[in-house]
Design a protein around this ligand. Sequence first.
Ligand code: NAP
Length: 295
Amino acid sequence: MTEGLQFVTLRGGERVPALGQGTWHMGENRRRAAEEAAALRLGIDLGMTLIDTAEMYGSGGAEEVVARAANGLRDSLFIVSKVYPHNASRAGLVAACERSLKRLATDRIDLYLLHWRGSIPLAETLEGFLRLERDGKIRHHGVSNFDRADMAEWLALQGGGTVAADQVLYNLARRGPEWDLAPWCREHQVAIMAYTPLGTGGMLGNPALAEIARRRNATPAQIALAWLLRRENTIVIPKASRPEHVRENRGALDVHHRVKRRQRHRHVGGMDGDALGTRPEYGTAAIKPCDRGAA
Ligand code: NAP
């Protein structure tokens, strides 16, 4: 099902879904694994075929849930996983990747990220990533929780220009990446992956958001996601383990397209959230350089 989807083009030209699915807290409880895999599978069926996971989530359990959801569909998926910083040495990275591949029951990870910056020199991690790419174990590599200065440092490394994405905290209430990271990433063709796009659900009770949603005939979650989907070069990865949440989140793409159409009719330019009715002051109090809420 590709109708109404949106894509982000990675450096090198590959198109990936702009709306994917997160998996943090999945795989923590074996009794819930089937339910979680079914939620991911529903999302896949609805076109949210980019799935974000990490060796950290559920101590590998989330990767196993992804494998369960992906069964028989691997070629239609874009799987993102992340390595712990303490495993990101030349040899450690290769070993961690092998463990993730095994848990994911696949022969390659589409995008492999350094989860956050640790004490291992970035050059060593990059070397490991490039080796994994040469060996066909990963298709792209990237980073997470890097601010603009970290990104500039990475880019200056030999081969650093191949970084595909930076996954960061970015939502209506946490707009730090807009300060300087997002413009830098656009300029250097590095995709932004917006994590915690629903503020882990906490922001959804905000009265201003509820009012905007009411006026747009949408739900607060859909407005929060549609607001991010309007950002160029941005991949959005809400996590949902309940089927009703998965369906609702997929509906954010419809809200997004509806607003875009309306905006086109009115010949209003610009990419800001105003056509959604999100006033500039909403949530901007938190603007600051990239937050580091790694998970
Ligand atoms: P999130 O996606 O903002 O929120 C997830 C929470 O919202 C869950 O409790 C979920 O409930 C609920 N939810 C989902 N859809 C909803 C809806 N339509 N209406 C109401 N509630 C809804 O938070 P997140 O999990 O922190 O972030 C998303 C993903 O980003 C993670 O899963 C992970 O893959 C990634 N991430 C990466 C980092 C990093 O350091 N790189 C850090 C944090 C997150 P149910 O599960 O019960 O449906």
